[in-house]
Design a protein around this ligand. Structure first.
Ligand code: G6P
Length: 477
């Protein structure tokens, strides 16, 4: 059995570990972030810190696929206050333009501080002298400062996977100064878009202008997907067979539209269903030849806003089917499940049109995955201007999901796009994504964090002066 190292020179920290407990064993959790970071953690014999998924149990650190996984325990009450409460009942809606109202409960804030402190303590135990620590996402914004206070020797990077709001919205939060100060403990703070980075700089000027630490590097590092893995799956026979089976099971429609999202109010699922309903009612799409497949991956089911959304989506699906379905053939196929990576790629191959109608979205990797999987197959992507992916996927049919008429036009245009033209557009977007895949993203971020490494500082940064506190350890990434 491999010896478990307790001190590491490279540490990744996220709310969740990169594994799921399935049928009595740990299995790699699917996802681009894991496939980008796992090889780096392995190469450095590094560690990944995160919650293991269970409650009220202490799982000892363990080795998985050449990574040291360090579980950070949560009780059910802590999960409710820190994860469902502060992270997803305050930060998530506040950072997504207040689509639902945040609830600024002080008990949730105290839990958030306590759990961030627990993550910071776990890091201190795991970090070797001069280690590189990469903290991910909004759940852990206080960790950089907490670690920095006790360990001036380490390099700390923070990447926010979701948007960072304008200062007028962010300023609502009673603990705005603490959050900004927490992040300022990092050497590099990365966001999806330059607008997010600018919003954060403005929050620093407004709420922490007197911060005594030198300014960190603050910049945009748009995340991407593992294009090699997606292309490989898309070219496999098993996946191609699954894709044909999906189409066949849906009655072989002429046009299959797809929505695939976590069941989250940021995704604008009701908006796209309403637009589809009207397209059928207006005879612009025929219920005989068109189907809509909506995959809604269960998410955060303990939170009332998510339960309400589920009711609304299911009511809309029922209404459309009640109105337009014929015996034996539903018009909207709705599935409230998660799917394996291979099945997801099969869904991309089966569909003609993907509809991404997010009201606000950090990146939307589904859009990037869809064009990658369909590089040689064509198809059409309807993409919200409020998903950050719209910055790069300029050849998508860009829509404002709040404008139902515009969304209808976009979906109608997608259904009637000239095949050759559609193929060109998808291929060109796939090339854009391939050129800047998730490995490129991770390397660019780490090069900014490790300016002394052979990769050097990230190019094109608009950052303020780069902080350089300690002699740098050169790593191989
Ligand atoms: C978003 C967040 C991630 C999070 C994921 C799934 O993409 O940026 O940090 O892991 O949603 O949400 P969950 O609450 O299930 O972790």
């Amino acid at each position: 059995m491999a010896e478990t190292k307790t001190e590491h020179s490279f540490i990744v920290m996220a709310n969740r570990l990169p594994v799921d407990w399935c049928e009595g064993a740990w299995q790699a959790a699917p996802g681009g972030l894991v496939s980008a970071l796992a090889p780096m953690v392995k190469a450095e014999r590094g560690a990944w810190l995160g919650w293991a998924g269970g409650f009220d149990e202490t799982v000892a650190p363990f080795e998985f696929d050449q990574m040291s996984l360090v579980p950070v325990p949560l009780t059910q009450a802590e999960h409710r206050a820190y994860y469902e409460g502060f992270s997803n009942g305050v930060l998530w809606p506040l950072y997504h333009d207040l689509i639902v109202a945040p609830q600024y409960h002080r008990t949730w804030w105290r839990a958030y501080e306590a759990i961030n402190s627990r993550f910071a303590q776990a890091t201190l135990r795991s970090a070797a002298y001069g280690a590189t620590i990469w903290v991910h996402d909004y759940h852990l914004q206080l960790v950089p400062h907490m670690v920095r206070l006790l360990r001036p020797d380490v390099r700390i990077g923070f990447f926010n996977h979701i948007p960072f709001p304008p200062v007028e919205l962010f300023g609502q939060m009673p603990w705005r100064r603490e959050v900004v100060t927490g992040l300022l403990g990092a050497d590099v703070i990365g966001f999806q878009r330059s607008t997010d980075a600018e919003n954060f700089r403005e929050a620093v000027r407004t709420f922490a202008a007197d911060a005594d630490s030198p300014p960190p590097l603050i910049d945009a590092f748009p995340i991407s997907v593992d294009t090699d893995a997606i292309r490989k799956a898309a070219e496999s026979e098993t996946v191609a067979r699954k894709a044909s089976q999906i189409r066949c099971d849906l009655g072989d429609p002429d046009i299959l539209m797809l929505g695939i999202d976590r069941l989250d109010y940021t995704k604008g699922i009701p908006h796209r269903l309403r637009a589809f309903d009207e397209l059928l009612a207006d005879d612009l799409l025929s219920p005989k030849t068109t189907s809509f497949l909506q995959v809604a991956v269960p998410s955060r089911e303990g939170i009332a806003a998510y339960q309400d959304l589920r009711d609304e989506v299911e009511r809309l699906v029922g209404r459309i089917n009640g109105r337009f379905a014929t015996l034996g053939r539903g018009i909207v196929q709705y599935s409230h499940h998660s799917y394996s990576f291979e099945d997801t790629v099969a869904l991309y191959l089966a569909a003609d049109v993907l509809v991404v109608s997010s009201l606000r979205d950090g990146m939307n990797l589904v859009a990037k995955e869809f064009v990658t999987a369909r590089k040689n197959q064509g198809g059409a992507l309807v993409l919200s201007e409020f998903a950050d992916a719209a910055d790069e996927l300029e050849q998508a049919i860009i829509v404002n999901p709040h404008d139902i008429s515009g969304l209808k036009n976009g979906m109608h245009q997608a259904a009637s796009l000239d095949v050759a033209r559609a193929r060109e557009r998808i291929a060109s977007m796939a090339t854009t994504v391939e050129d800047r895949d998730v490995h490129h993203w991770a390397q660019k971020f780490l090069a900014a964090l490790q300016p002394a490494s052979p990769l050097g500082p990230a190019s094109g940064t608009t950052a303020t002066e780069h902080r350089d506190r300690t002699p740098q350890k050169v790593t191989s990434f």
